[in-house]
Design a protein around this ligand. Structure first.
Ligand SMILES: Cc1cc2nc3c(=O)[nH]c(=O)nc-3n(C[C@H](O)[C@H](O)[C@H](O)COP(=O)(O)OP(=O)(O)OC[C@H]3O[C@@H](n4cnc5c(N)ncnc54)[C@H](O)[C@@H]3O)c2cc1C
Length: 477
């Protein structure tokens, strides 16, 4: 166990998380007379809105996930600690983080918690084995391996039934992530991979987008949802609304329609983009406050100044906070974190917590891209789609990408992908596809499960041997 100490007596701010909330909160404190410690379990600032482009071979990880340490290099009052926060003590004002087997305790005077949300399977966590979500770099790389791997396996399939199963891609959830992913898998098979196989025609791929509600992009309203739906259908995406996925296994999904019909879709590659669950640190904090609660998704129902009851020095921002009319989007996190940093600075100048003006969210709108040259966009009452919306999407994402290098490389990759047919990031390895499952099996001690899992998922002999070896090594160690 190590303890972080600061001897200069300056106000200590601990920021947890290096996503939009964590990074923008830290940056906003650049000129403040404070010492900031940013603790995150990931070493990068991940631009989640472009994860689907990593999954579909357009961008590399580096473009959307610069190292936080490098981003903050010039911020002299900030230090970065890698580690998963395992405990927050609101009585003693400390944060405990863990890196491998080393615990570190970091004291704070002010705390900004921005640990976001993770995928939710609505109580069916076993679905995750076969239908990974889209929240992390690992998710995106695993998915890239699964998507490209399905085409490769289809090339070798010996029956039409197996070929069809391998060329069926099921995406659960028709929010922005589901829509963007469906559009990109359709373009990948129709444009990029077309003519690159001998035994299969990638254009035969079936992309199925399943949504429990009655509309695509529900929160964006019927006009934009309808536009997105029509565009996707034109691209050959099958949209199934009012359909609930009630089971997922290695070979496909089971779906229940609104009239009670239960049916199967055989599919090798499934993606889950249907729900989110807030980081468990939210409940940990709420339980120590003077009565702050968490909502059904585990988000902290914060006070008007984004703090928890009885602790005006503890701010919860971003996807982890529950504030009416503030969506779980990048802008909510950026504005919440900037607000928290401002309150900390005002406090240093003598402002009492009760003098704080409540947090006000400025809705800058939302957008989703469907395919190259087509997006939908909502700014205030203005709703539009098509090429102009796509240009707006392009400009906005470039603006928020961190770092000049990332922006330049991204523009080049987009140029190659959208104007040509190629994609620059089509590499995938067996490890990306199977490492998560192997690691989970090892940590659960499920030797046989890992072996069966690898077999059921169609792993090659090599990767089965690798799983075996990992078990043997783990046992020996
Ligand atoms: C696929 C996808 C597409 C999206 N598209 C859009 C879009 O187009 N437009 C838009 O506005 N929003 C979009 N969003 C939502 C947006 O990305 C989030 O609202 C935003 O990232 C929330 O920021 P945050 O800082 O609260 O959390 P995050 O960005 O999720 O960051 C959380 C941070 O906390 C760290 N962390 C978590 N737990 C711990 C722990 N215990 N200890 C230490 N560190 C921890 C993580 O490593 C991470 O660095 C998308 C999200 C996803 C997943």
């Amino acid at each position: 166990m190590s303890t972080q100490t600061v001897e200069n007596g300056r106000h200590r701010v601990v920021v947890i998380g290096s996503g939009f909330g964590g990074l923008f909160g830290t940056k906003h404190l650049k000129r403040a007379d404070v010492d900031v410690t940013l603790i995150s379990k990931t070493s990068t600032h991940l631009f989640q809105p472009l994860l689907y482009q990593v999954a579909t071979g357009i961008l590399s990880v580096g473009e959307i996930a610069p190292a936080t340490r490098l981003v903050l290099r010039k911020q002299k009052n900030a230090q970065v600690l890698l580690g998963e926060v395992t405990d927050i003590d609101l009585t003693n004002n400390t944060v405990t983080s863990r890196l491998l087997d080393q615990d570190t305790v970091t004291p704070f005077d002010s705390l900004i918690v921005a640990t976001g949300a993770q995928q939710s399977y609505f109580g069916n966590d076993r679905f995750a084995t076969y239908a990974p979500g889209m929240k992390t770099i690992d998710d995106a790389l695993e998915l890239r391996g699964r998507i490209l791997g399905a085409f490769e396996q289809a090339e070798l399939a010996t029956t039409q039934e197996e070929r069809d199963r391998l060329l069926t891609f099921v995406i659960v959830g028709a929010g922005p992530t589901g829509v963007e992913l469906a559009g990109q898998i359709a373009e990948l098979s129709d444009r990029t991979l077309e003519g690159t196989f001998h035994n299969i025609d990638p254009r035969d791929a079936r992309v199925v987008l399943i949504e429990g509600a009655g509309a695509v992009l529900g929160p964006m309203g019927p006009k934009l949802g309808g536009k997105a739906e029509r565009r996707l259908e034109k691209m050959g995406v099958e949209i199934q609304l009012n359909a609930m996925v009630i089971d997922v296994d290695a070979f496909g999904v089971t779906v229940k329609d609104s009239d009670g019909t239960i049916r199967r879709i055989e599919s090798a590659c499934k993606v889950w983009s249907a729900g989110v669950q807030a980081s468990p640190l939210g409940k940990l904090i709420a339980d120590q406050s003077d009565g702050t609660e968490v909502d059904r998704a585990g988000r902290v129902v914060v006070e008007p100044d984004l703090t928890v009851k009885g602790h005006p020095n503890v701010f919860v921002v971003g996807d982890l906070m529950s504030v009416p009319n503030v969506p779980g989007q990048a802008q909510g996190a950026i504005q919440g974190a900037t607000y928290a940093a401002k309150q900390i600075k005002a406090g240093l100048k003598g402002q009492a917590p009760q003098e704080r003006k409540p947090f006000k969210y400025f809705n800058k709108g939302s957008m989703a891209t469907i395919s190259r040259f087509s997006a939908v966009c909502q700014v205030g009452k203005l709703e539009f789609g098509g090429f102009i919306a796509w240009l707006a999407w392009l400009a906005l994402h470039l603006y928020y990408l961190v770092g000049y290098r990332s922006r330049i490389v991204t523009v080049i990759q987009w140029f190659v992908t959208f104007l040509g047919r190629s994609r620059g990031q089509m590499a995938a390895t067996e490890q990306w596809v199977f490492a998560r499952l192997a690691l989970e099996a090892i940590s659960n001690g499920d030797d046989e499960d890992a072996e069966q899992l690898a077999a059921a998922l169609g792993a090659s002999t090599n990767s089965r041997v690798a799983v075996d070896k990992a078990h043997t090594d783990a046992k020996a160690g």
